[in-house]
Design a binder for this molecule. Structure first.
Ligand code: ADP
Ligand code: MG
Length: 383
């Protein structure tokens, strides 16, 4: 017999409005490490995050009698593979992006919980970023239509934006139109390629350029958010005999490796790093506030509090299909971080977005040029 879920079950979710779609929320539990064995007083097997039946819920063990069960779209256990995580969370999103939708996958969780492993991985176990790009390139190669693929890779560190594909360009500014839409990073390089090898090199170079600061918690702890953006434009002739009239579908896929969500005090941050911790908390705090507001159905959501939420505005409440992968260690030594992450992911369960195909009729622009040509001809005739 199942104990009633404390939260997160389908019945406790608010209804989804017509045309809207729920955020997909996945949880990935990383394998226990050798140095996490032997420290637990109350949890079985040194673990306090345990995958439950049907791989859709986790039990978070607390001290006697304070267990909680959380339900998600999918829970990946310690044995899950990179292929499986990609196939379940991102492969259909890639197809949607090729059809003109916007998509976002973001990895959330404390430092050391496995975010970079999932998003970037290593050459032997490539993560979501590499697999998604591979699938996009393959689809583009196999299709006879006209496609263009561009990518950019940026770091948000200490509330400052750097171009990971061109780190020497310094700090970049966010720009948006007067209605607060169409957010852009001014001066960010957009690289056009369909070569997997070239992309691997670019991503590796970009990852090396990420700001890493050692903390007491994890020697290679990254205090930075990394955002990979891939834009796919697909031009379809409206009329096969008229190549000046094209319909262009444009999809954008954001793949985000967030900074660690742990509290600053746990990592014994001091001085400079404390300030950075504060800024990371500011961005993640703002993200948390947005998630709270969205999951509570608030009419007003404040995206303006941090650069991260300004960049993620569409992904969270707007025109985007969004997947969140929350990462936890099974170790009871990480119990506070795991609990915070599960509570956060549980709230995200209630968020819905409304995705639409981004399509524009290019003949409109061409016709404008045709008008100019006609006017010029008339002018010449008058001479
Ligand atoms: P984060 O980016 O969240 O700080 P990492 O992805 O760097 O965490 O993971 C911390 C360590 O644990 C790394 O050595 C990583 O290779 C390992 N690790 C994380 N997740 C897994 C997993 N699912 N399988 C195997 N090793 C993992
Ligand atoms: Mg990382």
């Amino acid at each position: 017999p199942e104990t009633p879920s404390s939260s997160g079950s389908d019945s406790s979710r608010p209804p989804v409005k017509t045309g809207e779609e729920r955020l997909m929320v996945a949880v990935r539990i990383r394998p226990l490490k050798a140095d996490e064995l032997g420290r637990c007083l109350y949890a079985l097997n040194k673990k306090n995050v345990i995958i439950e039946d049907s791989e859709k819920s986790v039990r978070n063990q607390g001290r006697r009698g304070t267990d909680k069960q959380y339900s998600f779209d999918v829970v990946f256990g310690e044995e899950s593979t990179q292929e499986e995580v990609y196939a379940v969370t991102t492969s259909s999103l890639v197809k949607d992006v090729l059809n003109g939708y916007n998509g976002t996958v973001f990895a959330y969780g404390a430092t050391g919980a496995g975010k970079t492993h999932t998003m970037v991985g290593d050459p032997h176990k490539p993560g979501i970023m590499v697999r998604a790009l591979n699938d996009i390139f393959q689809a583009v190669r196999e299709n006879e239509d006209e496609y263009s693929v561009t990518m950019s890779y940026l770091e948000l560190y200490n509330e400052q934006i750097r171009d990971l594909l061109n780190p020497s360009s310094g700090y970049l500014e966010l720009r948006e139109d007067s209605r607060g839409r169409n957010i852009q990073v001014a001066g960010l390089s957009e690289i056009s390629t369909t070569s997997t090898e070239e992309v691997m090199t670019l991503l590796q170079k970009g990852n090396k350029a990420r700001t890493v600061e050692p903390t007491a918690m994890n020697k290679t702890s990254s205090r930075s958010h990394a955002l990979l953006s891939v834009t796919v434009r697909h031009a379809i002739p409206i009329d096969k005999t008229d190549h000046l009239r094209m319909k262009v579908k444009q999809g954008r896929l954001f793949m985000i490796d967030l900074a660690g969500s742990e509290r600053a005090n746990k990592t014994k941050n001091r001085g400079k790093r404390l300030q950075e911790g504060g800024h990371i908390n500011r961005s993640l705090l703002a993200l948390g506030n947005c998630i709270n507001a969205l999951s509570g159905g608030a009419r007003y959501v404040n995206y303006r509090d941090s650069k991260l939420t300004r960049l993620l505005k569409d992904a969270l409440g707007g025109n985007c299909k969004t997947v969140m992968i929350a990462h936890v260690s099974p170790s009871c030594f990480q119990k506070d971080e795991s609990k915070n992450t599960l509570v956060y992911a549980d709230r995200a369960n209630n968020i819905s977005t409304k995705a639409e195909i981004n399509s524009l009729d290019v003949s409109y622009h061409v016709s404008q040029y045709q008008n100019v040509i006609t006017e010029l001809r008339d002018e010449i005739n008058r001479l």
